[in-house]
Design a protein around this ligand. Structure first.
Ligand SMILES: Nc1ncnc2c1ncn2[C@@H]1O[C@H](COP(=O)(O)OP(=O)(O)OP(=O)(O)O)[C@@H](O)[C@H]1O
Ligand SMILES: [Mg+2]
Length: 231
């Protein structure tokens, strides 16, 4: 579905990602893990067209997308839940969700499915988004992305700033989403949760992929255990 090879990314004149290769197959959940500043957000911002200062190849469903504008990439079925959530605090939950539907007219089914996944958003439908708890706001950000019925959903560190209980809640929702067939690329620093949830993973450090493979194998890598799992 998503196929990246030889990707180099720059901020101004400074290169921050080197020769990155990554694939996501349909129906798969894939983790991209790595420490602060590794280049995770930079990579997905490039995938969705927010940063076009890059060389290499990115194809989505067989089409080259590197260099396209964000809206054109979004239209092809690629949605990002950004690191900073970017919900509209002074608007009710329902209006935030409908913004995610864009110009789709057949959003009712999506909304019903979403409310099944996140019943709390149904309960809080009319509440101002800014008054939701951190975990609820994260669910809203995910929900808004789902309203576009994306073929690939990319999540940039959904566990950031959440208490362990809320992290577990968000990961349970992602698990249900994945079981429902949604294809997911998950960026995380919460390595344990990410490796448990996803089937395959990539480890990005200082702008380079240093390890990749099935998560059940990655969990047994010495480097992962020492650097990320505290074993
Ligand atoms: N707009 C920018 N201009 C210049 N440098 C940037 C910009 N955005 C990010 N960088 C730099 O690029 C590198 C990668 O940053 P990035 O945000 O992609 O890391 P990350 O893996 O997402 O980290 P985190 O887990 O902290 O979100 C960092 O060194 C960062 O300082
Ligand atoms: Mg980031």
């Amino acid at each position: 579905m998503l196929d990246i090879s030889g990707l180099n990314i720059f901020h101004g004149n400074i290169q921050v990602v080197w020769d990155l290769g990554l694939t996501v197959n349909e129906g798969e959940m894939v983790a991209l893990i790595g420490p602060n500043g590794a280049g995770k957000s930079t990579t997905v911002e490039t995938i969705v067209g927010l940063n076009r200062n890059a060389t290499g190849s990115i194809t989505f469903l067989g089409e080259h997308i590197l260099g396209l504008h964000p809206y054109d990439i979004f239209k092809k079925g690629l949605a990002l839940v950004p690191e900073k959530r970017e919900i509209f605090p002074k608007m009710p939950v329902i209006e935030n969700l409908l913004l995610g539907a864009g110009d789709r007219t057949d959003w009712e089914m999506s909304l019903q499915r979403l409310y099944n996944l996140f019943p709390i958003l149904h309960e809080r439908e009319q509440q101002m988004a800014g008054t939701l708890s951190g975990g609820e706001q994260q669910m809203l950000a995910i929900g808004r992305a789902l309203m576009s019925e994306p073929k690939l959903l990319i999540l940039d560190e959904p566990s950031t700033g959440l208490s362990p209980i809320l992290v577990a809640q968000v990961f349970r929702s992602l698990e249900r989403l994945g079981r429902g067939g949604t294809t997911i690329l998950l960026l995380e620093q919460n390595v344990r949760h990410a490796l448990e949830l996803c089937e395959r993973g990539y480890v990005l450090e200082n702008g380079r992929i240093v390890l990749e493979g099935k998560t059940k194998n990655l969990m047994h890598e010495k480097h992962i255990q020492k650097a990320y799992l505290g074993i």
